[in-house]
Design a protein around this ligand. Sequence first.
Ligand code: COA
Length: 161
Amino acid sequence: MNPLSGFFAKPGVVIEPIDARWAPICEGLHGASFAYGWSKLDFESYLTDSGIISDGALSSAGSRLDGFILSRLTPPDAEILTFAVDPKRRSAGVGRKLLEKHLENLERAGARLVFLEVADDNNAALKLYERAGFKEIGRRENYYQRADGGRRAAINLRLEI
Ligand SMILES: CC(C)(COP(=O)(O)OP(=O)(O)OC[C@H]1O[C@@H](n2cnc3c(N)ncnc32)[C@H](O)[C@@H]1OP(=O)(O)O)[C@@H](O)C(=O)NCCC(=O)NCCS
């Protein structure tokens, strides 16, 4: 391998806290990722709430948001509320990087248990959570309604950190 290839490589994705300036972009990414999107106002509210930990995957020297993850922190617990990567940027490790850094930030902020719910057919997310060490603690049948009217179970996961 060329020893200079790393030097010339494009700057990668950086995971950093995000604020309400990103609300319109979050709205767009969320709408492209879930059947029932959250509004810009929803994101403005979450991104200014001191009880919410919000991390974004920033690229192009901080000018582009490729994904985000938001959790409600109530030490010693935290709950992942939403997590999405731009459909154009998926399967490139952005989700894994975001989740890893976010879990570190939650731990630093006092979380010891992290909870979330995920649809039982969401293979990409289930794979990421399993790899991070999350364990299934429950299941709620017919919890998610899909745009086509179909329903899927929610899997409740928990991670001890
Ligand atoms: C879940 C999500 C955030 C993952 O983001 P991402 O940037 O694509 O994640 P990564 O590239 O880090 O890793 C995804 C892993 O799942 C795998 N994967 C992708 N699509 C998959 C699929 N349909 N079935 C199984 N595995 C899949 C990838 O290959 C990768 O595994 P690998 O590292 O072994 O190759 C993204 O798919 C997304 O935004 N989905 C829509 C919103 C959502 O479902 N959020 C989670 C709600 S709980």
